[in-house]
Each structure stands twice: as structure tokens, then as C-alpha cells.
Design a protein around this ligand. Structure first.
Ligand SMILES: Nc1nc2c(c(=O)[nH]1)N[C@H]1C(S)=C(S)[C@@H](COP(=O)(O)O)O[C@H]1N2
Ligand SMILES: [Mo]
Length: 322
């Protein structure tokens, strides 16, 4: 029953407590079924969870110079302890419900201050990208983290091919809006669709990844299939999932979490142990999947990527621009 652990741990949840408890009650029976089924199958057949839930293998990716040298969080934690409010607010909801999302075919609309706007088939986008495996730590604003072997391509390469105009100062990303496939969108937990944004220089930084998979497989739906962002020096909520639109803009885009609670979630959202969230400290983080009683780890400024990204914020007051 190893996999029961991450789902039953509590958290400093960003959801108002009532909503959180409500959603837990609703899904608890299906979650129990899900756990019972997977663990008994594992016992019976000696199957690893990755065999149970395997997606298609990704071929032709290289390993990245940007990977951190740390042991990845086990697959079953990475794929069952998720934040994806389109499928509910409890950590176990996305793994239970995200099969409702149809990820093929998938198209991405590119618009705004850009030379090559259009509606692109994801297949066609991928034909022009070099896929890499990059082991990154994802540090969530709720003060936990995990290490994931993502597969994806450099956002900077895609942006160059789209030829942004000189007016493009920001990039805005939008998640699919379809309450039939994403039942969490029937609740007003956030303003839908989920929107995130980056300053152009952040988007062009070589660390910024458009991810299409993890652990050698196509992205599990609960992790944001078929295309999600990973910005490893920022809190997890910047890493928007299931992207259908990329818009280049002159002005700073409005982002979902900032709109929902602007004193709690800034536009920048850089990982910073010295700037607490109004309701909890950011100085340490719980390591998902670590053995019981493992101490929390110290959170690093820019999640450890200071050398690569600190220059982007030179002269800025990081308490003001949090
Ligand atoms: N569309 C969308 N993207 C999202 C979220 C979400 O609710 N909806 N949650 C964010 C948050 S808060 C985190 S911590 C990460 C979690 O990614 P993971 O489930 O792959 O670990 O996804 C981010 N991307
Ligand atoms: Mo998060």
C-alpha cells in the first residue's frame, strides 16, 4: 500500500477549506477503488504501477545538459499526487478523472504580436523540435517538491520559429476550456480557462521547457497532456497544463492565480525561501515520496537555478515583484 501515502497526506492547501473537504468526500470512494485495484493487481501480478498506467513510449529523445543529478520521485507519486483543478481540487482527483480528456488530435492557436499566427497541429509542431529528457525539481507554492524526468523541447526554439514582433514583451498561455472533459471547470474554484504568462526573456531562457512526457512516456493526462509548460525556477502553478493557446502580448497578461488572490500569488512567482506566502513559510519543502520522517529540505532561491536566471531580475525588489 505504498501509494496510499501521498494521497492521504495533508497540505497547506490553497483551496478554501470547505471546498477542499467537499471534494475529498465526493471522490473518496472512487479514489479508494482506484488504490485498491492498483495495489491488488501489483500484488497479484507483481506489476509495477508504470506497467499498469503506461502510455506510449516516446522515441528519439536525448538527455539534457540541464538535468539535475538527483534521484527522481517514483512514478506512482508523480502521477497520483497532482494539482490540476480542472479535474478537482484534491491531490488524487486528477489521476482518477483525467482520462476524460481527449488529447489526440490536439491543436495550439498562436496569436497576437507574432509573425506566424495560426492554428497548429501539435504533431506538426513536434516534427520541428528536438525532444530532450530533463530532470527538474518542481517546487510547488504549497511547500512540497518532486523531481521528475520530464521530456520536452525548449520553448525558446518554438518561439523563434513563430517570429514574435518587436512589440511582444510577454507570452500568455491558456489551458483548454471544456467542462465536459474537464468537470472541475463546472465549479468556480478558479476563473476558467486557466491562464499563465511569462515575460519574453523568461520564456526565451534555455531552462524553460515545453513538456510532452515524463519517465520516457507520453505525458499522463493528470500531468497536463499533451503539452505543458515547465519553468523550473518558479512555483509549480506557473507550469500550465494542457495548453491550447499561446499569445504574444505587449502588456503583462492577467493570470488565473493572481486574479483569484493577488496578495498570495504574484505574476513572477519565483521560488524564494525569503519571501513567505501570506499564510505559510516558503523556507522549506516537503519531499514527495520520501520515506516517512524524512526531514523537509531547505528551499533554494530560484529553486537552485540562481546562476542561470538571477540576472533576469537584477535591480528588481523581489518582495514587491513576488
Ligand atoms: N491548467 C492547469 N495547470 C496547472 C494547474 C492547474 O490547476 N490547472 N496546477 C498548477 C500547480 S499549482 C502545480 S503545483 C503543477 C503541478 O504539476 P504536476 O501535477 O505535474 O506535479 O501544475 C500547475 N499547472
Ligand atoms: Mo502548485
Amino acid at each position: 500500500m505504498l501509494i496510499k501515502k501521498p494521497l492521504s497526506l495533508t497540505d497547506n492547501d490553497v483551496t478554501p477549506k470547505d471546498d477542499f473537504d467537499k471534494s475529498r468526500t465526493i471522490i473518496s470512494s472512487s479514489r479508494r477503488r482506484f488504490l485498491a485495484q492498483s495495489s491488488s493487481l501489483m500484488l497479484a501480478g507483481g506489476l509495477a504501477p508504470s506497467t499498469l498506467w503506461a502510455g506510449n513510449k516516446i522515441e528519439n529523445y536525448v538527455s539534457s545538459q540541464f538535468s539535475i543529478k538527483e534521484k527522481p520521485t517514483p512514478y506512482e507519486y508523480v502521477t497520483t499526487y497532482n494539482n490540476f483543478y480542472e479535474f478537482g481540487t484534491a491531490k488524487g482527483d486528477p489521476a482518477v478523472r483525467a482520462h476524460l480528456l481527449k488529447t489526440k488530435p490536439w491543436s495550439v492557436t498562436v496569436e497576437g504580436e507574432v509573425g506566424k499566427p495560426g492554428v497548429y497541429d501539435l504533431e506538426d509542431i513536434l516534427k520541428r523540435q528536438q525532444l530532450e529528457e530533463r530532470i527538474y525539481r518542481l517546487r510547488c507554492v504549497e511547500a512540497w517538491s518532486m523531481v521528475v524526468p520530464w521530456i520536452g523541447f525548449s520553448l525558446a526554439e518554438l518561439i523563434k520559429q513563430m517570429e514574435p514582433t518587436s512589440k511582444a514583451k510577454y507570452v500568455e498561455f491558456t489551458t483548454l476550456y471544456d467542462p465536459e472533459q474537464m468537470p472541475g471547470q463546472k465549479s468556480r474554484t478558479l476563473k476558467w480557462p486557466y491562464v499563465e504568462g511569462l515575460r519574453m526573456d523568461e520564456a526565451m531562457n534555455p531552462l524553460t521547457l515545453m513538456a510532452t512526457g515524463l519517465y520516457g512516456e507520453e505525458m499522463p493526462n493528470q500531468n497536463g497532456a499533451p503539452l505543458r509548460l515547465i519553468v523550473p525556477w518558479k512555483y509549480g502553478f506557473k507550469s500550465i497544463k494542457s495548453i491550447v493557446k499561446i499569445r504574444f502580448t505587449e502588456h503583462m497578461p492577467k493570470t488565473s492565480w493572481n486574479e483569484s488572490a493577488k496578495h498570495e500569488y504574484g505574476f513572477y512567482a519565483n521560488v524564494n525561501p525569503q519571501v513567505p506566502h501570506p499564510r505559510w513559510s516558503q523556507s522549506r519543502e516537503r519531499v514527495i515520496g520520501a520515506p516517512l520522517f524524512t526531514p523537509k529540505r531547505d528551499t533554494e532561491l530560484f529553486n537552485g537555478y540562481g546562476e542561470q536566471v538571477a540576472h533576469l531580475y537584477k535591480g528588481m525588489n523581489l518582495r514587491q515583484f513576488f
